[in-house]
Design a protein around this ligand. Sequence first.
Ligand code: SD4
Length: 333
Amino acid sequence: MKRSEFLKLMGAAATSGALLPKFATAATGGSTAAVPKPVSIATWNFGVETTQLAHRQMLDNTSAMDATEAGVKLCEADPNEHSVGLGGLPDRDGRVTLDACCMDHLGNIGSVAAVENIVHVSSLARAVMEQTPHVMIVGEGAKEFAKELGFPMQDLTVPESMRLWEEWKKTAEYKPVINIENHDTIGQLSLDKQGHLAGICTTSGLAYKMRGRVGDSPIIGAGLYVDGDIGAATATGHGEEVIRVVGSYRVVSEMERGYSPQEACERAVRKIYDFFQRRDAGIQDTQIGFIAIDKNGGYGGYSLRPGFQYAVTGGSEDNTTSLLIDAPSMLDS
Ligand code: SD4
């Protein structure tokens, strides 16, 4: 299916840039200036569509959590995105396993990991948050819970993801690898008209991972963190390294100490770099990106190496801005 057809199917055509008074691609950077509420930010270029959808919904008084969920679901259902939801790259055994978590401004959290056959794991994480006394359910248990709730079960493979896996197998010798080109998790953070923050992170994780491997994305504090009084952050990239520094919590905690979202993201990336140095570990295969938003709509993003982009859509009905930003990076290549 072509991307345009897919978007039409998802009813997202109405969120295209045509409706937006301003659409620009900034060269680099974050903003210490606040974007007027509502505002939504998300990792990677698919974040343009997902933030536009969330923003439009929030203009209509949808909550940050509902709008963020609507945004990331667009990405989860897209068979052409091979790092999230349907069509995500499989583990080394050819099984697609998904991870997701969500958090709101009150500190409500929900998470699922290593889930098979469910496209909208963001909604499943939200169901864990809202309908169970627990915060994290994994594997078969998560699938059973999804079945109970009536989530459709489906094969998450698509011909292209299987073709890529077959290619990988030719030389892989069944060895899990960290492959920087396959980091495209969506982490999305929104600030609604009421000033409430919410975030969701959803991914198929590292391509060709070992069965049962779980990265940062469904781990509250690592892949996502929201503090309604301060701000929110989410991560993409090499999950093992993000977990090591409790990355998203670290970003929010730096904001609590007074750093801007941009500075806070930079400090978290530098900490990851420091840990590599201490361990004398090779950093060549690692990419990490953080994005953050504060409770006033200030935002930022930063990555270890170039190539990371994030999207920001915010402002009032009459004055909406949607940007795709090339995040500044710590290393040159
Ligand atoms: C993980 N952080 O499972 C995820 C992968 C990722 O962009 O972000 N890809 O480690």
